[in-house]
Design a protein around this ligand. Sequence first.
Ligand SMILES: *Cc1c(COP(=O)(O)O)cnc(C)c1O
Length: 402
Amino acid sequence: MTRPIRLLINPAAMTHNLGRVRDLLRQATSDFPATPRVWAVIKADAYGHGIETAVRAFVEADGLAMLDFEEAVRSRKAGWTKPILMLEGVFEPDDLQTCERYDLCPVVHEQSQIDMIGAYRFGRPIHVYLKLDTGMHRLGFAPEQYRQAFDALCSLQSAGKLASIGHMTHFACADEPDGIDVPLAVFNGTVHGLPGSRCVANSAAVLAHTRKIVDGIDSGVGTREGGAEDAGCMVSAPSRPSAGPVSAVHWVRPGICLYGASPLVDRPANQLGLQASMTLVSRVLSVRMVRSGDGIGYSYLYRARQDMRVAVVACGYADGYPRHAPSGTPVVVNGQRATLAGRVSMDMLTVDVSHLPRVNVGDEVILWGEGGPSIDEVAQASETIGYELLTAVTPRVPRVLL
Ligand SMILES: *Cc1c(COP(=O)(O)O)cnc(C)c1O
């Protein structure tokens, strides 16, 4: 028998979560002429779910966003024909050839990238997004440099290299109640009056601040009636009955929530109507009694306070389970809640099943996901975030597509 650990991937849950995000966007913007479009973020192998799986599960998305060119090419080969946004833009001049060949829309966040576009001979123009640093101080042009960068791109557009120029930023604190107020004002103030679509929100901003984003977005153009050149890549804008508050085409970029994890500490994924799309399961390898006072696992980090029953589970940090998960971290054994006891080792972990006398060798253990603790619970116990757990499951764990 093979080692019993498996990673179950549920594309139907991913599709459901995308629908849920769309519903929330629709509700929040019901009095607006157009609902924001959705880039489904599938970076890091679709948060560990697999690019090809994501391409199928998110077929209803308006575009896909990622940063790895190899993943972008895989998305095209898997049949994705709608826009693809490259979140970190090009890394070297050859990447522009890939953009042109596969219709990829790179972000421009650095002068060196503008220079690369200037030096490259295009067979046909590409779409780009210019990135503004609204305070996160990671990528993007400072507000006082932004107009100059935009002008430089406009010259390249006049030279026939660029098909459209959109505007984007990324929020550092979208999970906080007032976390986007200042950066959104900076964004709106900086791009005010400029033509081009707007692209601002990650999952936290989509879930917590949709209304603010849509209200705050300045229509910018009004003049161009949303032709393909404003749509951010190849789709054409929907026809609008009136030039309402959202007359620039407006995109959001949810990632984590599409995989059933919550970016908001006070709002668990199930309360948001999201379903877990990744479930880590394994089985009990051994069950033993441990006497009061005895230690369990490396360094005897855990000591039994009374006689205990302990289940040994085939899952360790070499599978991507967090080594820092302390005793007390929840797991589900045979459908019942239990908790870790002792240090997680490379290939195994130990669970206190004293209250579950029927647990036996071969029983199913759900480390996180459907039927188990949520990935956010495990992440919180381990002082990390769901993102890290989703993307850390190692290649030795067989993937099973449901
Ligand atoms: C990862 C990423 C997102 C998606 O973030 P989530 O928190 O997973 O929704 C959006 N925009 C950019 C620029 C990103 O890097």
